[in-house]
Write a protein that binds this ligand. Structure first.
Ligand SMILES: N[C@@H](CCC(=O)N[C@@H](CS)C(=O)NCC(=O)O)C(=O)O
Length: 207
């Protein structure tokens, strides 16, 4: 059974969401990040930087949320949650993945780091305004791409919707408006998926 090392309402939520969409069994192992468990010697053997998520699939250890979600989609091709490798649709999926991680998440995480993640002496308040501006720029691009579409890749839900919607839900939780009705409606549509209730329950069980 796949082991997922995670922490509720973190980037490991993306992997929990994917596993719930797949309907496969998995073990959720909570890493008590706030108590420093990420830096424990044993956990550093799994994730060299002591972060979540990480998975252990029968001895194969993988980190990075987008890489894990994609790996799981490839492992269960019948789910059609990740387009087949070596196709144009897969290239489109990859394009979205890189966009989410490098353009959309990056300024959002800058806001997170400089408001509640970093120790106070490392926070630079002046960066918040420029990070929000950058986030809104990325939102505009996303809006153009999502306009008139039910899902990011067209008519069917896919793993990229998990990555985008999770990031938009994070922005909402951080109190950062997207400034876009299209994006807000998309986020709410994705949030209404039954799998997300299961994600919330599974994370709540972990404490
Ligand atoms: N790019 C990584 C980022 C992982 C990451 O930063 N995880 C955070 C939780 S959302 C973490 O574990 N932070 C603990 C730390 O920085 O020590 C991914 O997408 O998996």
């Amino acid at each position: 059974m796949i082991k997922l090392y995670g922490y509720p309402r973190s980037r490991s939520t993306r992997v929990v969401w994917m596993l719930e969409e797949l309907g496969t069994d998995y073990e959720f192992i909570k890493i008590e990040l706030l108590e420093g468990a990420g830096q424990a010697e044993d956990y550093l053997k799994i994730h060299a930087d002591g972060k979540v998520p990480a998975i252990d699939d029968d001895g194969f250890v993988l980190t990075e949320s987008a890489a894990i979600v994609t790996y799981l989609g490839d492992k269960y091709p019948a789910s059609k949650l990740v387009p087949e490798p070596k196709t144009q649709q897969r290239a489109r999926y990859d394009e979205w993945c890189f966009f989410v991680l490098s353009e959309l998440e990056q300024p959002l995480w800058t806001v997170g780091k400089h408001t509640f993640v970093f120790p106070e002496e490392k926070r630079v308040p002046g960066i918040l305004e420029v990070a929000h501006w950058e986030f809104l720029k990325a939102c505009k691009v996303l809006e153009k791409n999502l306009a008139g579409k039910e899902f990011a890749l067209g008519d069917d839900f896919s793993a990229i919707d998990i990555l985008i919607a999770h990031t938009l839900r994070w922005a909402d939780a951080f109190g950062l408006p997207t400034g876009s009705r299209v994006l807000d409606a998309y986020r709410e549509r994705m949030s209404a998926r039954p799998s997300l209730d299961k994600v919330i329950n599974r994370e709540a069980e972990a404490g």
